[in-house]
Design a protein around this ligand. Structure first.
Ligand code: SF4
Length: 328
């Protein structure tokens, strides 16, 4: 397996594994499993279509007002379910060269419609503070870019890397920097991780989270609730709950969409609105994300000229909106 997909586990995450538990949810995310050799026909090397939307090396331009800028193709840890597992890891694609970075920045500079640049990868926060500072300074100099968003697993995988020098490097004068933390299980929010998040937020960097819905890791209400609450306690707003992508050899970790919708419905009304992420699917082929959460509202038959809806409350009871009409 190690020759097929990259394997790496930091001491921080290794220490979290309960070796007496054959179904440990941390091990399940990072330790290779023979099931990864089982590739389903619908699984593809580039399940969310990065390459189809890459006009120049390092850039993915899928939506009109934002681009991904992939600086590196290495991570602190390698997730067994990664949707870029064919692209990330030692010996996969190389980091952006100076010339390629200059061309990627020129692409952004020449397109005034680009409002947000998302640094992703690979994990941008394993780069040196000096390299990050150079990139942030270059983005700062582009007037129409207002937001720099950084996707990372580092505060979970290697919290000691969130140093004062790194925090200084993440400041882009005149821009808002957001950090989006990838975390999937409440045990990942260790005291060290919580301190790393506090350092980021106290430095004036708002934080959001993204989690992947994973069978045997976080696919039941108590675990997901504990994760989402722990994130909010760390001042990290849950942003996305991703349905598992069709990455090769990951079917043992994917739930069905019906299971995901039932899980999201179980949180509605019972867990604070602060804790509610959007349940989303990246449509295979590079067609972008769409929300796939359960629907609580549907048209109801009404009197002529009046549009009425049937809506479910968090106890599963149905109501007619506007009320007062037949059945309301
Ligand atoms: S940290 Fe992100 S890019 Fe790296 S292996 Fe995990 S999911 Fe993939």
């Amino acid at each position: 397996m190690a020759s097929r997909y990259a394997v790496s586990l930091t001491p921080d995450l290794s220490a979290l594994i309960d070796r007496s538990d054959p179904h440990d949810p941390i091990a399940r995310q990072f330790v290779p499993d023979r099931a990864e050799l089982d590739r389903q026909p619908q699984e593809t090397a580039d399940p969310i279509g990065d390459d189809a939307n890459s006009p120049v090396e390092g850039i993915v331009h899928r939506y009109p007002d934002r681009v991904l800028l992939k600086l590196a193709h290495v991570c602190a840890v390698y997730c067994r379910f990664c949707f870029r597992r064919e692209m990330v890891g030692p010996g996969r694609r190389r980091a952006l060269s100076g010339a390629a970075l200059a061309a990627a920045l020129a692409y952004v500079r020449e397109r005034p419609e680009i409002w947000e640049v998302i640094l992703t990868g690979g994990d941008p926060l394993i780069l040196s503070a000096r390299r990050l500072h150079e990139v942030m300074a270059a983005l700062s100099a582009i007037d129409h870019v207002k937001i720099v968003r950084i996707h990372t697993r580092v505060p979970v995988a290697a919290p000691s890397l969130i140093t004062a020098a790194l925090l200084r490097a993440l400041k882009a004068p005149g821009k808002a920097t957001y950090v989006v933390l990838h975390a999937n299980h409440p045990r990942e929010l260790t005291p060290a991780t919580r301190k790393a998040c506090a350092r980021l937020v106290d430095a004036g960097i708002p934080m959001l989270s993204q989690s992947v819905l994973l069978r045997g890791v976080n696919d039941e209400p108590a675990t997901l609730t504990a994760l989402l609450r722990a994130l909010v306690e760390c001042r990290v707003k849950p942003y996305y709950l991703h349905h598992g992508d069709l990455a090769p050899g990951t079917s043992h970790l994917r739930t069905t969409i019906a299971e995901g919708q039932a899980l999201v419905r179980s949180l509605h009304g019972r867990v604070s609105g602060l804790c509610q992420p959007a349940y989303v699917l990246d449509i295979p082929g590079g067609h972008g994300k769409s929300p796939i959460g359960p629907s609580y509202i549907r048209p109801a038959s009404g009197t002529a000229g009046e549009q009425r809806f049937e809506i479910d409350d968090f106890n599963g009871r149905r109501h007619i909106y506007p009320p007062g009409s037949a059945g309301g």
